[in-house]
Design a binder for this molecule. Structure first.
Ligand code: 4NP
Length: 155
């Protein structure tokens, strides 16, 4: 088996998409009896210290895991050395993440949907101003992406 890896999920606010991605990937890793480490962060500092959006919490609980105790934090430059893989949700996250970690086009930060559809630039849409159906759509995309991350990088 490969050695344990550290994976960082990144979005803008760290309250909707990336905490859901963090909880989901951690849940899948636990179910498989693996011990990789997962964290999440936002490129912005708007919601530092806050719990995930209640809509993300609800979607998580509906799928068997609890993200209510997670706390928002802002991505830092040191994350580039702390983590083996950094997955971002959309193109603006990618731009912002690269500015934080100071890398150019060869950045270790990648669009998460690239694991399923390389170079298609598919984004996980920001659900913040949407409704529960938008959060469910985010979950469905992340569910497929996390399975592929496990298959590609964590087994
Ligand atoms: P997230 O969603 O990036 O998926 O956590 C957002 C949360 C908050 C804001 C934007 C997006 N906001 O502008 O406060």
């Amino acid at each position: 088996m490969k050695k344990d890896k550290r994976i960082l999920m990144v979005c803008l606010g760290n309250i909707c998409r990336s905490p859901l991605a963090e909880g989901l990937l951690r849940h899948k890793i636990q179910q498989l009896g693996l011990s990789h480490q997962v964290d999440s962060a936002g490129t912005a500092n708007y919601h530092v210290g806050e719990a995930p959006d209640v809509r993300s919490q609800k979607v998580a609980l509906a799928h068997g895991f609890d993200i209510s105790l997670l706390k928002g934090r802002q991505m830092q430059k040191a994350d580039a050395t702390e983590f083996d893989f950094i997955f971002v949700m959309d193109k603006s996250n990618l731009q912002n993440a690269k500015e934080i970690i100071g890398e150019d086009s060869d950045s270790q930060a990648k669009l998460i949907m690239d694991v399923l559809h390389p170079e298609k630039n598919i984004e996980v849409p920001d659900p913040y101003y949407g409704d529960m159906s938008n959060f469910q759509q985010v979950y469905d995309m992340l569910d497929q992406a996390c399975d592929q991350i496990i298959q590609n990088y964590l087994r």
